[in-house]
Write a protein that binds this ligand. Structure first.
Ligand SMILES: [Zn+2]
Length: 502
């Protein structure tokens, strides 16, 4: 009666036969005639530049249009930059693909036929973000509707810092394909590193369910003592001899450069101490980590120290390196417009969540609840402080002495007046959702020489110049904890090889 059911039975019987023959050790590639016999799993390697679909056609698979639809040519094209391996199991009489695993350079696709009256296939795809890619592009390549992607990306911003999305990050997409070749997206996920997976279950065109999976990792702390030598006459070079990764070295360099002029004052024999935290997953060191304490003492510079402050709130703009007295170790920095700097939508092209069109985003969107204090990032004169009734809603613009203009939009409240001077860190209003906005957030823009520029790359932003009150108390407790830990470790600190030898 049902042809599909009939073929399943045949399929299963033949699987048994297949297993039995394999069990007998007959593993040779048997040419099978057009009989009701199951082909065993076929593994094809498609060389770099080859065409996946053409290759499958050469092997006479019959349902290629379906596969083409499941994995659009766009998805496959970007994945085939090196040899790819295709593993296929098909019903031999029809050469209809039952199961297919495609292992490509930057993607992995698994397609499984489903025995149901409505669903043909289930697909699980994994793809890494390439240069010039974005989450929009990856989801779009899989055939998700632009309008929906715009909304999903917007929602994602609530959980994922959009500026952290980088080349090599992994995205997965799960969907089914029905008998009319229509895709139904079930889930997508974003994996920014080896330990975190952000999962988004699609419950409807305007409904996502979020789930975060944290995979186990290990944080290891090291206390290192070294000095500048003839061979390694810079702090950076000397730290590298301990195997400290560039990411952490950069943090130490930044904190120290705010206090020391290395180009004129560093000398061979100058000493340093660093207390660092490194991240491991399955014993493999990750390219991330942080410095907790650093000290440099030299003939010309005396003794300079830096300590890390970690605020209670996530994405706090106060996190960073400070002197013991709570002075921020960053030079030429402006204040952040909010105390928490979670970027939900970055500067540049994006799909507008309301308009659904691809437009240029002239600023960054910062997550914040209604009423969150908004600060002037630098001193200047208020050149706009009103509800413009345009897309920006209640908006403040400040002109600074260097000619730059900063913009704060969608405010719920404005607390400065047109023409007045404001100072760095002054409260100018509160986060809201006025104008064209889907929810409370701050749109922060920076204009330089008459053009909107990326605030992230054009401003060095810090929480504030000094830690005060509760934050300063917390900082002092953190310092004490570092000191205790270093004391324990310093009974046998790691010392440079060159020093050990002498
Ligand atoms: Zn915006």
């Amino acid at each position: 009666m049902d042809r599909r059911k009939f073929s399943i039975v045949i399929f299963m019987i033949l699987m048994v036969i297949q297993i039995l023959t394999l069990g007998c050790g007959k593993k040779g590639k048997k040419k099978v005639k057009n009989e009701k016999v199951i082909d065993k799993t076929l593994i094809i390697t498609i060389p770099n530049g080859g065409d996946l679909f053409a290759t499958l056609e050469e092997h006479n698979y019959t349902n290629l249009d379906v596969i083409r639809n499941i994995l659009s040519e766009r998805v496959v094209a970007t994945a085939v930059q090196q040899d790819i391996q295709v593993e296929i199991m098909a019903v031999d009489d029809s050469l209809k693909i039952e199961k297919c695993k495609i292992n490509a350079f930057n993607g992995y696709f698994e397609i499984n036929a489903v025995k149901s009256d409505t669903i043909l296939y289930k697909v699980h795809a994994k793809k890494s973000i390439l240069k010039g890619d974005s989450i929009f592009k990856v989801l779009g390549d899989f055939g998700m509707k632009t309008k929906n992607i715009g909304y999903y990306a917007w929602k994602m911003g609530e959980f994922v810092d959009a500026t952290s999305i980088d080349i090599g990050d992994i995205m997965t997409v799960d969907y089914s394909v029905d008998t009319l070749n229509v895709k139904k997206f079930e889930k997508f996920s974003y994996q920014p590193d080896k330990t975190t997976i952000h999962e988004f279950y699609i419950l409807g065109p305007r409904k996502l369910k979020y789930n975060m999976i944290e995979l186990p990792f290990e944080l290891k702390r090291r206390f290192l003592i070294g000095e500048l030598t003839k061979e390694h006459a810079s702090l950076d070079g000397a730290m590298a001899t301990f195997g400290v990764i560039p990411y952490i070295r950069q943090q130490v360099n930044n904190a120290m450069q705010a206090q020391i002029s290395f180009s004129t004052d560093a000398r061979v024999g100058d000493k340093f101490e660093i207390f660092i935290e490194e991240k491991y997953v399955n014993g493999e060191q990750q390219p991330r980590g942080k410095v907790l304490y650093a000290q440099y003492s030299g003939r010309r510079v005396g003794k300079k120290t830096a300590y890390r402050f970690t605020d209670k709130a996530e994405a706090s703009a106060f996190n960073g390196m400070y002197t013991y007295n709570g002075k921020r170790l960053v030079s030429n920095a402006v204040r952040t417009p909010l105390d928490r700097m979670h970027i939900s939508s970055p500067f540049g092209y994006r799909i507008h969540p309301i308009l659904g069109r691809k437009i240029f985003h002239h600023g960054i969107d910062l997550r914040g609840t209604r009423g969150t204090k908004v600060y002037a990032v630098s001193s200047g004169k208020v050149i706009k402080a009103r509800d413009g009734h345009g897309g920006y809603g209640k908006e403040v613009r400040i002109k600074h002495s260097n000619g730059m203009i900063t913009q704060y939009a969608h405010l719920s409240r404005i607390s400065v007046r047109y023409g007045k001077r404001v100072h760095k860190g002054q409260i100018i209003g509160a986060v809201g959702s006025t104008g064209r906005s889907t929810g409370p957030h701050l749109h922060f823009g920076v204009k330089k020489n008459g053009r909107w520029v990326n605030p992230k790359t054009n401003l060095r932003m810090i929480g504030a110049n000094k830690l005060k009150g509760n934050r300063l108390n917390l900082f002092r407790k953190e310092i004490q904890a570092y000191k205790n830990e270093m004391k324990e470790l310093s009974t046998k600190p790691a010392v440079q090889d060159s020093l050990k030898a002498s």
